[in-house]
Design a protein around this ligand. Sequence first.
Ligand SMILES: NC(=O)C1=CN([C@@H]2O[C@H](COP(=O)(O)OP(=O)(O)OC[C@H]3O[C@@H](n4cnc5c(N)ncnc54)[C@H](O)[C@@H]3O)[C@@H](O)[C@H]2O)C=CC1
Ligand SMILES: O=C(O)[C@@H]1CCC=N1
Length: 268
Amino acid sequence: MKKATVVVIGGGQMGRALVGGMLASGFAAAEQITIVDPSPDSRQWWASQHPTVGFRDRLGGDDAQADIFLLAVKPHLVPQVAAEIAGLVDQTKLVISIAAGVSLQTLCEHVGHERVIRVMPNTPSLVGAGASAFCVGPGATEEDCRWIEQALAGIGTVARVAESQMDAVTGLSGSGPAYICLVIEALADGGVLAGLPRQLAMTLAAQTVMGTAKMVMESGRHPGELKDAVASPGGTTIAALKVLEERGLRAALINAVETSARRSGELG
Ligand SMILES: NC(=O)C1=CN([C@@H]2O[C@H](COP(=O)(O)OP(=O)(O)OC[C@H]3O[C@@H](n4cnc5c(N)ncnc54)[C@H](O)[C@@H]3O)[C@@H](O)[C@H]2O)C=CC1
Ligand SMILES: O=C(O)[C@@H]1CCC=N1
């Protein structure tokens, strides 16, 4: 289904990251994609950034020809949008949702069939460095699974998981870019406090986060071991690590992931 046509319903932050990533990776061409979004701001963004991608204010008869419907609206809008799709097409169409917390069962109920897939992507998909997980409904075919796996593999890492793990994925990698941006911003603030110009501080902070993540992934070594390699006896790093332990950074991050995961369950 590599050349499948896709209607993306909701062209906001995540719709932009996913479609932008799929176009940049070459997985999809602009003419395979139509965005449906009632927002004038959204229309303007798509016209300026991806003028060759189709754009409509609302679902219409032409969209019934599409092979795949990808729901990228807020979770509370999923029932309404899924019902609109159900009124337009039959079971030959694959329906994919990226909405946090919305279960496969809820999707099936509103779309009227079981050929559905639930995905939790994240915003770094836009730059080909996403982390996504997906689970599939009982009516999804092997070809559907291959399509979503290839689409997501082109924009980062992808894992197929049990639906019971989707809230945890949301708490970790779905929400995670926000935690890391907060860390980068705070590290840069620390650099400014210590006397660096803002732009240099931001570059050093972001590169340090990216380089460390790359080292963890490519070396296969435990992060604790890599941390130990930075901390010289009696040196600067161990003094700073003591502050982070005293202020509870580990517990704060663990609680953040757990709280986001719980909230994902509530949204459903
Ligand atoms: N932002 C993120 O990092 C992530 C978001 N998600 C999920 O993606 C979904 C979308 O989130 P965002 O992109 O952040 O929200 P957003 O608010 O940026 O985008 C939603 C878009 O839907 C449009 N919209 C509203 N009603 C519509 C309708 N009836 N038909 C078509 N479009 C409509 C809005 O105009 C807006 O452009 C949510 O369900 C969220 O849980 C999942 C993973 C990460
Ligand atoms: O904040 C949210 O609800 C969405 C889901 C994961 C990331 N953003």
